[in-house]
Design a protein around this ligand. Structure first.
Ligand code: GDP
Ligand code: MG
Length: 169
């Protein structure tokens, strides 16, 4: 059984984009795991000599696109997903949206993640280059987590993500 790294964060921040990107680079395959909920997608990642299962807490993004205003039930379900993923994980990649900025849901999720006591790297996604990185990440420092500005879509800082993940798995 490989160590598990979970991608956690509210819908639309770019978790699945990041998942696909990190998997593609490591030439890995997604697979089902027996006895786990089908709402989570697992992919085996190789980063140098380090191997782990990356987990995308998927299945929620389409729904969220259709419902920009999150209902209470929907929020509860996201948190249930995140809670289960965090519980089984060895380490956590917590993703937030640098374009959208810090939201109350991010603050709650960060609290969950912190309380787990597990290694966590916060990625401020949708920072599509160095130019605005400081400005776009500024408010997220208040969450008190180690952070890195990235662009899952354009690849900005993804080599750094790989380096850091390798070290904390
Ligand atoms: P998830 O719900 O957290 O899995 O988010 P998705 O991976 O489905 O991405 C949500 C939206 O954000 C999609 O339209 C992506 O194309 C977009 N997106 C993801 N990463 C980036 C990024 O680095 N920059 C920009 N500008 N958009 C991104
Ligand atoms: Mg997704």
């Amino acid at each position: 059984m490989l160590p598990i790294v979970a991608l956690v964060g509210r819908p639309n921040v770019g978790k699945s984009t990041l998942f696909n990107r990190l998997l593609r680079k490591s030439r890995s395959i997604t697979h089902d795991m027996p006895g786990v909920t089908r709402d989570r997608i697992y992919g085996e990642c190789r980063m140098g000599d380090v191997r782990f299962d990356l987990v995308d807490t998927g299945g929620m993004c389409l729904e969220s696109e259709a419902t920009p205003e999150l209902s209470k039930d929907f929020e509860d379900e996201i948190f249930e997903q995140a809670r289960e993923a965090i519980e089984e994980a060895h380490a956590i990649i917590f993703v937030v949206d640098g374009k959208e900025g810090l939201t109350p849901l991010d603050e709650q999720a960060a609290e969950y993640v912190r309380r787990s006591g597990k290694p966590v790297l916060m990625l401020v996604n949708k920072v599509d280059g160095d130019e605005f990185a400081a400005e776009m990440t500024a408010e997220f420092h208040s969450l008190g987590l180690e952070l890195l500005p990235v662009s899952a879509a354009h690849g900005y800082n993804l080599p750094d993500v790989r380096d850091r993940v390798r070290r904390f798995v």
